[in-house]
Structures are given as structure tokens and as C-alpha cells.
Design a protein around this ligand. Structure first.
Ligand SMILES: [Mg+2]
Length: 477
């Protein structure tokens, strides 16, 4: 098939990029925590939705994003594990990145279970000591029989496949995790090819196969780097398939997205991605958040915030860097964008409190809670002033049994039963699927008001969800 895009540029990219994707990550972590689970079908769920499951469960018909009820119908002996607390997943996730970084510093994290790695330099070093006549590809080659490919034409990628295989072996022997890997000349292509054979396998993409892998994507929304909202805006322009995006007049695309984005989207659709692998370094902020049903009083908000701060301060203590700023975020239903819009207030953390946190002093948490509650009050006050000027004056926040303005911040924002943190860690296409299904659900349900009143019957509170996020920013160590 002939495509009208500059495939030559793809071949000009001599980098060797690896993409690692842990197999059913949360389920594997659960099996590491409890080895008895290894021989059983295991499903990790958030509230009523499966976020992942192991391969034994998949063989029995259980799938990601299935309701727990349906999963149990398919597989009555499915072992269910709650996946709401991400602490352990996060810990293992950073161990994976650290382990990879010990072989090559150019590692970029993507979500909790994926990492890109630029091994170009490692490959160049090896090339000097390698007898090409003895070199062969490890794993699969996209759309090719390994025996039919002339290794001398693709020495870099062949060495990349050897390195990927060695690193996957290290991940398994040190951390007990199996993974898939993609080997290609860019992040885009490595990510696209890595899931070709699953689980616990790897695939290399040769430059001549780039047009095939790109055009086999079922829509422009499947191109990594084109997010849900971008795909929606593209759809409004009549751009649905990858081919549509390749051929769409750049000038019109620039009008919609600006020059940099327009060019990037079109390049991605042509299989071109020159973006570097960018190591993130230690996180600049630590955060903890939760979504939950109905909260009506400040005391309930306070206990939720306390719960979030308890685990957050423990993570700050382990991190050891002095925290500087505390930020509290709320999501609510009146936001112009329902998905990610949130409002925040932040304030510096007093030095004595910061020291107490990293020393693990028990007084640290109550001090943080009191700071967070002041931020909450400010957010609520501001909200009331801008939408219903008299409500705050009427309400008495100290009166615990009276529904207070916090209630007005309850929001139906994410697909029900999905935690924002988990949601963000999900692969992009799963995020899109979820959003699409949630929108279908929302479209068939009566519209919800921004302010959910106390008189509302319990049965209509289907979407009452609130989220508090507490975050602490730290300077570099
Ligand atoms: Mg994965």
C-alpha cells in the first residue's frame, strides 16, 4: 500500500526506543503480595468495576472494565481484590523504573505500568563488540518471520531486541513481574508495537512496516498522543480515521489546534514521533485523592481529609524531602469540562510542621488537617459567593447536622466507580472507552444540577460523587 506521507523520515530516525508494559499490573502486584493467588483467577476491582484481571481470569471470559457482577457470572470462583489503595502498586511501579534506570538513565514513565527507554547509546556500545553474523532478533518481528529478516539491515533494532529481552528477564528475576516490550525507532512506534503479542512477549517494528501498523489503528483516537478531547475535536472536523488525519489540510488543522499541535498530530498519524525520552526524575509533588458518595457536613469532609493526609504524610516521611506547599483540590459538577477540571487552593506548610512530617511526629497530621480545612473553607466560600451569595451567611459550618455548602460541591465527574488516580494510570484507549460509555450513560440519565439539594430523594443520587485531593509540593532534594 502506498501512502502519501514522508515515511523516509521514519527511517531517518536511528534511535532505538524500548517500551515496557507490565502484564495486568495490579493483578501481578496482588499475586506478588499473596502468592496463593498465582494459581487462581484474580480480578482487581474499584468499587463495582474490574480495573484489571490476571490471565487465568481472562481465559474464563473476565475482561477489564467489566462490572464485578458480570465478571462473577463469567467466573464464579474469581478471587476479587480491592484495587482502591494504590500505595503498593505505586511502590512497585517506581521499583520497575528505578531498576530500568540502573541500566540506562533515559527512562520515561507513562502511567504506573509503562516505561519508555532510549537505549540508542547502549546499542552503539554493543555494536562495537558484536559480531553481526552471530546476531539475531529476540522475540517477534511485526509482520515478519524472524528467520526471513536480514539482521545486517537492522543491526540497531536487533540489538535493541536483545537488550529488551535481557531487561525483561531482569524485571522478572528481581521483581517477579512479567512484561511485554516493543522495540522501534520512536516512542510512538515502540508503544504501538509492544502489545502485538501478549503476555510476556516482545515485538520489534521494522521501518517498512510503519505504514501498516499506523493504518491498522481503528481510528485517529487510537493514536498514542491523541487524547480523548483532541479526538472529539477532530471528529467535529470530520476526521475519524488515521487516514483522514494524514490527508486533512494542515492549514485547517492549524486553525483548530495551533501550529505546534496541528503538526504534531499529523506527524503522529504518519507514524513520525521525534519526541525524546524524557526522564522525569523524582516527583515534584505527592498527592492522594479519593472519590466517594455523598458528604453532607464539614465533619465528614474533615474525616475524609484526615484519612487522605494520614497516608500522604506517611509517603512524605518516606520520601524525606521537606514539603513546602499544601494544595487542596475539589472537583464539582458545574465545571465547564466535567472530566479533569478542578479547583484548588494552596498555602505554604509552616517549617515546624514540615519537619514534624518528615520525622513522623504524630502531631503533624492534625496540623495538616487544620490547614487543609481552612483551604476547604476558602474554596467553599468562594464558590458560594460566585453562585449563591446568601447561602454561606445562612449556613453554619460548625453545626454538624446541618447540610452545609460542602454539599454543593458534590459532583458527577468521572465514570461512576472509577478513581481518578487509577483512571489516569489506565491506558489511553481504556480511558476513552470509559468516557464514551459514561457519556452514553449520562445522556440517558436526567441532567444533574450543580447544587444537589438535601431534599433530593436518595434514589436520584446516583451520581453524587465528591473528590478531595491533597497534594504536597517539594523542592528538589
Ligand atoms: Mg500493562
Amino acid at each position: 500500500m502506498e501512502l502519501g506521507f514522508p515515511a523516509g523520515r521514519v527511517e531517518d530516525d536511528h534511535r532505538v526506543i524500548l517500551h515496557f508494559d507490565m502484564d495486568c499490573f495490579y493483578a501481578q502486584v496482588e499475586m506478588i503480595r499473596n502468592p496463593v493467588l498465582r494459581s487462581k483467577p484474580v480480578g482487581v476491582h474499584q468499587k463495582y468495576l474490574m480495573v484489571t484481571c490476571n490471565y487465568l481470569a481472562r481465559e474464563r471470559g473476565v475482561a477489564k472494565m467489566m462490572s464485578v457482577k458480570d465478571a462473577l457470572e463469567k467466573c464464579p470462583d474469581l478471587v476479587l481484590v480491592k484495587g482502591e489503595d494504590l500505595t503498593f502498586y505505586r511502590e512497585i511501579s517506581y521499583k520497575v523504573t528505578e531498576l530500568l534506570m540502573s541500566y540506562c538513565p533515559l527512562v520515561e514513565r507513562l502511567g504506573l505500568d509503562e516505561n519508555f527507554m532510549d537505549v540508542t547509546e547502549l546499542v552503539e556500545n554493543r555494536r562495537r563488540h558484536t559480531d553481526v553474523s552471530e546476531l539475531s532478533f529476540v522475540g517477534h518481528i511485526y509482520r515478519h518471520d524472524v528467520s526471513s529478516v536480514a539482521v545486517q539491515d537492522h543491526v540497531g533494532l536487533a540489538l535493541g531486541s536483545v537488550i529488551a529481552s535481557e531487561l525483561r528477564e531482569v524485571l522478572f528475576s528481581r521483581l517477579g513481574l512479567t512484561s511485554c516490550a516493543g522495540v522501534a525507532s520512536s516512542k510512538l512506534l515502540a508503544k504501538l508495537v509492544s502489545g502485538t503479542f501478549k503476555p510476556n512477549q516482545q515485538t520489534t517494528l521494522l521501518p517498512p512496516s510503519v505504514p501498516h501498523i499506523i493504518t491498522s489503528l481503528t481510528g485517529a483516537n487510537r493514536v498514542p498522543g491523541i487524547g480523548y478531547r483532541t479526538a472529539e475535536r477532530l471528529k467535529a472536523l470530520g476526521v475519524v480515521s488515521v487516514r483522514d488525519l494524514q490527508l486533512f489540510p494542515l492549514r485547517q488543522l492549524v486553525c483548530e489546534f495551533g501550529e505546534a499541535h496541528a503538526k504534531r498530530f499529523q506527524s503522529l498519524a504518519c507514524g513520525i514521533d521525534l519526541s525524546p525520552v524524557t526522564p522525569a526524575g523524582p516527583p515534584q509533588s505527592l498527592s492522594n485523592e479519593d472519590t466517594f458518595k455523598k458528604i453532607s457536613t464539614l465533619s465528614e469532609a474533615e474525616s475524609k481529609i484526615t484519612e487522605l493526609l494520614l497516608s500522604l504524610s506517611e509517603r512524605m516521611r518516606k520520601d524525606g524531602r521537606l514539603p513546602q506547599t499544601l494544595k487542596l483540590s475539589l472537583r464539582r459538577s458545574s465545571a465547564p469540562s466535567r472530566w479533569f477540571n478542578r479547583e484548588s487552593r494552596q498555602t505554604p506548610i509552616p517549617t515546624h510542621t514540615a519537619h514534624r512530617i518528615i520525622n513522623g511526629c504524630p502531631e503533624a497530621v492534625p496540623q495538616l488537617v487544620s490547614i487543609a480545612m481552612k483551604l476547604l473553607q476558602k474554596l467553599v466560600d468562594q464558590r458560594i459567593r460566585s453562585s449563591a451569595p446568601s447561602a454561606l451567611e445562612r449556613s453554619d459550618p460548625s453545626h454538624m447536622s446541618t447540610p452545609d455548602p460542602v454539599r454543593s460541591l458534590l459532583i458527577p465527574e468521572l465514570p461512576p466507580d472509577v478513581d481518578l488516580d487509577v483512571f489516569r494510570a489506565l491506558p489511553q484507549h481504556i480511558q476513552s472507552e470509559l468516557m464514551t460509555s459514561f457519556q452514553r450513560h449520562a445522556a440517558s440519565a436526567p441532567p444533574t444540577d450543580d447544587l444537589i439539594t438535601a431534599e433530593e430523594p436518595a434514589s436520584s443520587r446516583r451520581a453524587e460523587r465528591a473528590a478531595y485531593r491533597v497534594e504536597a509540593d517539594r523542592p528538589h532534594a
